[in-house]
Design a protein around this ligand. Structure first.
Ligand code: SAM
Ligand code: SF4
Length: 330
């Protein structure tokens, strides 16, 4: 097997697959209140098409698949897709990122289908503030979804993702960090990136991982760094007394592009080699016009050979990505 490698020598091991651009939330850092113009149904790749892309990539050493969106659980029958992908030879790690609102019904079927890991977004533990940031009054349903997910020991660790926005997140930090101490959750804080469809992102709204760490330590005492995989997006920490794990995903203040092993597939079959890509590589057309696996492989290798060296958020004249987070698949 010839590994899938980009033009800078990085091996690509991880594919994020967006299964839909639709979502039942309207998080302020991601989507406008009125939603976006959704893809037509026939533009969205079928489960069979998704399975084929994953199989071709797994043949090149991509062993980590994460399903995302939009909200992946609003796509009908997602457990059926999970079952298809779990059977693809070479897929060692199959995970899903969700807002959690449909998890109370779907955690069981997802585990049964072969899901290994789960990331759930959670920005506030206060009902009013949760509704303010997501524009949906759904905290209780997300907590019920998490409680349901916890019932399945196969789904570990459960990671909670909080997008940290200055002026909003500071007061949430002690309670979110405490969750990591008393529940089987790794709580991760993600720096706000300029990927929101409303284009309201401003640099001074980025609450950095270092600032959050200081706030956690004020409440809960010192954090100690623990080893993370070289390709990990998160720096990992545990509380000095050993209870619980916190992660910091710091793409703005501490970019980790040099060890990036990720590519992305949008719901309409466009391959993106970076979250911040301005260019996409169409796989849908070849998939639908009879391309062979060898042809798909050549196309994917060609696209990956052009993978961007790094994002340019911190550079003068930064130009935003060609689509927003929910359309790309975060
Ligand atoms: N709907 C699912 C969810 O929210 O978990 C999956 C898709 S969402 C686009 C994937 C991740 O991107 C979530 O953890 C979300 O919080 C994060 N995200 C969305 N917009 C972001 C932004 N502007 N900056 C940083 N992270 C963002
Ligand atoms: Fe939907 Fe996830 Fe975007 Fe929130 S972050 S609007 S849940 S896609």
């Amino acid at each position: 097997m010839i590994p899938l490698t980009d033009g800078w020598g990085r091996a690509i091991k991880s594919l994020r697959v967006s299964v839909t651009d639709r979502c039942n939330f309207r998080c302020r850092y991601c989507m406008p209140a009125e939603g976006l113009e959704w893809l037509a149904r026939d533009e969205v790749l079928s489960f069979e098409e998704l399975e084929r892309v994953v199989r071709v990539m797994a043949g090149m050493g991509v062993d980590e698949i994460r399903l995302t969106g939009g909200e992946p659980l609003v796509r009908r029958d997602v457990p059926t897709l999970v079952a298809l992908l779990a059977r693809v030879p070479g897929v060692a790690d199959l995970s899903l990122t969700t807002n959690g609102v449909l998890l109370d019904r779907l955690a069981g079927p997802l585990v049964e289908a072969g899901l290994h890991r789960l990331n759930v977004s959670l920005d506030s533990l206060n009902h009013a503030r949760f509704a303010e940031i997501t524009r949906r009054d759904a905290l209780d349903r997300v907590l019920a979804g998490l409680a349901e997910a916890e019932r399945y020991p196969a789904l570990r660790p459960i990671k909670l993702n909080c997008v940290a926005v200055r002026g909003f997140t500071e007061v949430e930090i002690p309670a979110l960090a405490e969750l990591a101490r008393r529940r089987p959750y790794v709580v991760r804080f993600i720096e706000f990136m300029p990927l929101d469809a409303d284009e309201v992102w401003r640099r001074d709204e980025v609450l950095s991982g270092a600032e959050i760490r200081a706030l956690i330590e004020e409440s809960w005492g010192p954090l100690e760094e623990i080893p993370a995989k070289a390709s990990s997006t998160a720096r990992r920490f545990r509380f000095a007394d050993g209870a619980g794990e916190i992660g910091f995903v710091n793409p703005v203040s501490e970019p980790f592009c040099s060890s990036c092993d990720r590519i992305r597939l949008t719901a309409d079959g466009q391959l993106r080699t970076c979250l911040f890509s301005r260019r996409e590589w169409d796989l849908k057309e070849p998939l639908r016009t009879g391309a062979s696996d060898a042809e798909l492989e050549r196309l994917i290798r060609f696209a990956v050979s052009h993978k961007e060296l790094k994002h340019r958020i911190n550079d003068e004249g930064f130009v935003r990505a060609s689509r927003s987070m929910s359309q790309i698949g975060g």
